[in-house]
Ligand binder design. Structure first.
Ligand SMILES: Cc1cc2nc3c(=O)[nH]c(=O)nc-3n(C[C@H](O)[C@H](O)[C@H](O)COP(=O)(O)O)c2cc1C
Length: 382
């Protein structure tokens, strides 16, 4: 529903407005689209999330720039969130030039829309409405796919680029995380902000920040009645989690084989390549980076179905928690994890549903067996 109002007051002076509104800090994105076999991309800071259910974004674009026309005609756009070191990309996409994508590494999303490979997050949107406001159009977008990786964002404030810094540093979170992983707090134990603050340096705000991040990792749960509770983890939880992921992936294989979205599959391959840089031989060189790449790989496989409910179900599994508490306790691993995941990808690339199913099953069995082995080493519960 669109409701119109008529402004009656006199408008604030334009220069004053420009100066004052510059105090509203924002992130920086490059909004991309593809129309008539041409890629378009523009730096945009007037981009924000609009609704969670359904997942929606909005992007405000000057009607005078070619990207506005391209978005309106293609009915799609992708928001690429720039990282702290991407000031050069922001400048490159901020002016009208024919070779905007020169030297920029890109992947392809749905409908072949270019995605900046270096972006720290990307949201693929289908336009549901175009609302004109003054010189600009607001493109409301239904989010059909979203990915993010570790990284700090580029920011924009009073006409200049800067960096974002958490007021509370990461030290408290790392300390609290070590405590949970080394079982200073047991599974099912309630952990209050005061309690954690006592164990850290007495600062409640730092403790609160740490708990929020632990909850995002799935290491602690937010219980309506009891507050923060340490998530329990045992063989049953591990088996159930890997089985649930397998069930989702088998469903996705059945849905997509024969009509796999190639650019999305190419994204999955990029994550697999990243995994193989972090797991060399039978050793994790960087477990955290492996974990991020592994998560992104399986998320990309699930995203092939283009079904936000499946993606949501996948993200609710707390896979990272399960993997951190099992594979993450030692640098030792096995190269066979990479082999079966590569088999899965190749089977999807070859439209071979039988081979893809077999590889997904093999990977699940391998993960369950390894988690079981590690849990036995640590006394059955972590
Ligand atoms: C930091 C920054 C933020 C910007 N944000 C927006 C924005 O939100 N909307 C917009 O229409 N233009 C914005 N621009 C300007 C566009 O990037 C610029 O007009 C660009 O040339 C449009 O691309 P095009 O000419 O290829 O369509 C911004 C520029 C900068 C440097």
């Amino acid at each position: 529903m669109t409701r119109e109002y008529v402004a009656t007051g006199p408008a604030v002076d334009a220069n004053l407005f420009r100066h004052v509104v510059g105090h509203l800090a924002s992130g920086v994105t490059v909004v991309t689209t593809r129309h008539d076999d041409r890629d378009h991309g523009m730096t945009a800071s007037s981009v924000t999330s609009l609704s969670m259910d359904p997942p929606m974004m909005l992007a405000c674009v000057n009607n005078a720039v070619p990207t506005a026309t391209a978005i309106a005609r293609s009915g799609r756009y992708t928001v690429n969130v720039l990282g702290r070191d991407h000031g050069d990309l922001a400048y490159q996409f901020a002016g009208p030039r024919p070779d905007k994508f020169a030297g920029v590494r890109i992947d392809r999303g749905g409908a072949d829309v270019p995605m900046l490979a270096e972006a720290i997050a990307a949201l693929e949107c289908e336009v549901t409405e175009q609302v004109v406001g003054g010189t600009h159009s607001i493109f409301l977008g239904h989010v059909v796919a979203a990915t993010a990786r570790e990284g700090s964002p580029l920011t924009y404030f009073r006409g200049d680029f800067g960096r974002f810094e958490f007021e509370r540093n990461d030290g408290a979170y790392q300390q609290a995380r070590d405590m949970v992983l080394s079982r200073v707090f047991g599974p099912g134990e309630i952990i209050t902000v005061d309690h954690l603050a006592e164990r850290l340096d007495g600062d409640r705000a730092r403790a609160f920040y740490a708990l929020t991040r632990l909850a995002a990792d799935g290491l602690v749960l937010r219980d309506r009645e009891r507050g923060y509770v340490i998530a329990s983890f045992d063989v049953r939880t591990s088996d159930a989690t890997f089985d649930a992921r397998l069930a989702i992936e088998l469903g996705v294989i059945d849905l997509v084989v024969g009509r796999v979205d190639r650019p999305r599959l190419a994204n999955a391959r990029r994550h697999l390549d990243e995994m193989s840089r972090c797991l060399v031989g039978d050793q994790f060189l960087d477990f955290q980076a492996y974990l991020d790449a592994n998560y992104a790989f399986h998320e990309a496989i699930v995203a092939l179905a283009g079904n936000s409910l499946l993606t949501e179900a996948f993200s609710s599994l707390s896979i990272k928690n399960v993997m951190t508490r099992s594979f993450g306790i030692t640098a030792e691993s096995s190269a066979s994890f990479l082999t079966v995941q590569r088999d899965l990808l190749v089977a999807l690339e070859n439209d071979d549903a039988g081979a893809a199913r077999a590889s997904a099953r093999a990977y699940c069995e391998l993960a369950k067996a390894r988690a079981r082995q590690l849990l036995t080493l640590t006394g059955g519960k972590v």
